[in-house]
Design a protein around this ligand. Structure first.
Ligand code: UDX
Length: 433
């Protein structure tokens, strides 16, 4: 197997996972970030994010001597023949993607490169960005230095990112340069998974279309769950029955209070914007976004109805991160709910196994508790916002006794509702009978 010297620009979530996994596969990896503190911390073994297994992989790479961290772009361009761009492409004010970091990173590679370099974009970028980056890189071409460009979108899920990198369903590589595609294939061949070789634009579109489709599935099933509530059907059985049709399957059909995170909300908006810029109105995505937003207010209305008003009530939230096994609270449903509840004059208590610190920076007027039991004490209602394991097997009798009123709202349909009801809870899920 060919071993390469690979650079990674950006040591955020995607960059760090990619760098650690590539070093695990035997390549020599230089991870670079302009944030001096992050690099200093990484050198001393401290990670900027929580991702199961990542700290161990980083430590192993450093010990093996094939994983390095630096703030100097020259250290990357001097050493590496392949450089991945893994910087952030956050949502800009108009809903599109803010590409300033990716252009800045490409510019720094262009200006400091010393040899032929393959520039690989891992970050999610709107279709057409690869063309812009290729123009920028081409400005530098001389006898010693030239560039080729590859789009290689990531499909990592937070919480299972290492497994997703090492055992993906497929790998997408897009380029107009066959030699670069061959090299990229040789990097990923040991993983033994299907690869799609294509052009840059199609590779870019595959990423957006995949995320938008998954978000559509979630909004679709949430609407079905809402209708189930109205007509008295049960979403769990409905999904089970639907899923037996092989064309449908059951994945990404878990009803709840909607999707969050750093990808779906941003990517769906960006695809809508991208289509809009061409003059095409992506009708379906408008609804996907709206349904996702409404899902949280719908939960609030339900709680209000059950409690007979919200003002002065005490409500506890179990979970803050946008999903389990991550401390990421970007676009998390918890943040929306906290805001809605505070605006109604509710006393809000919260607990999350890892995301409390991040939330504390955003919300001061919330009571941060030490465990799920403390959250429940004196509460009029509890809401399960994130289905962390630690909420799924508790002493619910103790919880019920400590509460002011017995209401529990399951925003993830993850609790054993029959058991809770038998104990005396007033349970409400999403579309669950
Ligand atoms: C997602 C994509 O899965 C990944 O391929 C891409 O690269 C980045 O975006 P991630 O944001 O880490 O990954 O989380 P994911 O597990 O996909 O969940 C996203 C959101 O959807 C979460 O808020 C989750 O709670 C919600 N969700 C997921 C549902 O509400 N129902 C489901 O059935 C599945």
């Amino acid at each position: 197997m060919d071993k390469f010297r690979i650079g990674i620009i950006g040591t955020g979530y995607v960059g760090l996972v990619t760098g650690a996994c590539l070093s695990d596969m035997g390549h020599t990896v230089y991870c670079m970030d302009i944030d001096e503190k992050v690099i200093k911390d990484l050198k001393s073994g401290q990670l900027p994010i929580y991702e199961p297994g990542l700290a161990e992989l980083v430590a192993q790479g450093k010990e093996r001597g094939n994983l390095f961290f630096t703030t100097y772009i020259e250290e990357v361009t001097d050493n590496c023949e392949i450089i991945y761009l893994a910087v952030g492409t956050p949502q800009s004010l108009d809903g599109g993607a803010d590409l300033s970091q990716i252009y800045e990173a490409a510019r720094s590679i262009r200006d400091s490169a010393r040899r032929h370099t393959i520039v690989v974009t891992k970050s999610t970028v709107p279709v057409g960005t690869g063309g812009g980056l290729q123009h920028l890189l081409a400005e530098r071409e001389d006898n010693e230095v030239s560039f080729s460009y590859v789009a290689n979108p990531e499909f990592l899920r937070e919480g299972s990112a290492i497994k997703d990198f090492l055992e993906p369903d497929r790998i997408i590589i897009g380029s107009s340069d066959e030699e670069s595609l061959d090299k990229m294939e040789s990097i990923y061949r040991p993983l033994g998974v299907p690869m799609v070789r294509t052009d840059v634009k199609s590779a870019e579109m595959i990423k957006y279309a995949s995320n938008a489709f998954l978000a559509t599935k979630i909004s679709f099933i949430n609407e079905i769950a809402n209708v189930c509530e109205e007509v008295g059907a049960d979403i769990d059985v409905v999904v089970q029955g639907m899923g037996m049709d092989k064309r449908i399957g059951t994945s990404f059909l878990k009803a709840g209070i909607g999707y969050g995170g750093s990808c779906f909300p941003k990517d769906v908006q960006a695809l809508k914007q991208l289509a809009g810029n061409t003059g095409y109105v992506f009708q379906l995505l408008n609804s996907v976004i709206e349904v996702n937003n409404l899902q949280k207010s719908r939960m609030l209305v339900k709680i209000k109805k059950k409690l007979g008003g919200l003002y002065g009530a005490t409500i506890g939230l179990w979970g803050l991160s946008f999903k389990p096994n991550t401390d990421d609270i970007r676009e998390a449903s918890s943040l929306v709910l906290i805001k809605l509840l505070l605006n109604e004059g509710v006393k809000v208590k919260v607990y999350d196994p890892v995301a409390m610190e991040k939330c504390r920076l955003l919300h001061k007027g919330v009571h941060y508790c030490q465990d799920p039991y403390q959250v429940a004490e004196g509460c009029d209602a509890l809401i399960l916002v994130t289905e962390w394991d630690c909420f799924l097997d508790l002493d619910y009798t103790r919880i019920l006794k400590s509460m002011n009123r017995p209401y529990i709202f399951d925003g993830r349909n993850a609790l054993e509702h029959l058991k809770l009801r038998a104990l005396g809870f007033e349970y409400e899920g999403v579309g669950r009978k």
